[in-house]
Design a protein around this ligand. Structure first.
Ligand code: ZN
Length: 169
């Protein structure tokens, strides 16, 4: 009985030690090495954006803000489990003045082109692949000139719920 208790405590102590491990990198980061001067300018230059789509036909974000001229790195993750044929999600950034409902309707007939209508590609600033549950895709593009843009999922019927603003300042 005593032996079991000792093992139990040992396991507890071990798992505590393990948790602490994840905290250490911040403390052990070198100070004044010059590395920190480089990092902020790099993170300024690239806007790292993340957005998720789920099985309930929803994005987890309605708005992004970036600076004009900034490089944008955007990752879309489908956090659901449904197939891309029934609950596909992509992220499509459209030019100003594009009617998102019209674009969504046109994309319904563009299954062969990942639901991006070929005759409307000039209205697309950037887009990810169409994803199914568990998949993700990362794209890079230059932020367009200052203004407010709209993004959508162009899977048939999704634009009504899956849309948001992309604001360039
Ligand atoms: Zn979708």
């Amino acid at each position: 009985m005593k032996k079991l208790l000792v093992i139990f405590i040992a396991v507890l102590a071990f798992s505590c030690g393990d948790n602490k491990k994840t905290d250490t990198p911040a403390e052990t980061r070198p100070i004044g090495s010059g590395v920190e001067e480089v990092t902020p300018s790099e993170t300024d230059a690239v806007a790292n954006l993340q957005i998720e789509g789920n099985d309930q036909m929803q994005y987890n974000k309605k708005e992004f803000r970036v600076k004009a001229g900034q490089k944008v790195r955007l990752t879309l993750k489908h956090v659901g489990s449904m197939d891309k044929k029934t609950m596909g999600h992509n992220w499509v950034l459209l030019t100003q003045g594009t009617d998102i409902m019209e674009f969504g309707q046109a994309s319904a007939t563009a299954e062969d082109n990942d639901y991006i209508p070929k005759d409307r590609e000039d209205q697309v600033i950037a887009h990810t692949k169409m994803l199914g549950g568990g998949e993700s895709d990362t794209i890079e593009f230059d932020a367009p000139p200052a203004g407010t843009y709209e993004f959508i999922c162009s899977f048939p019927g999704h634009v009504a719920l899956m849309k948001g603003k992309f604001i360039v300042e």
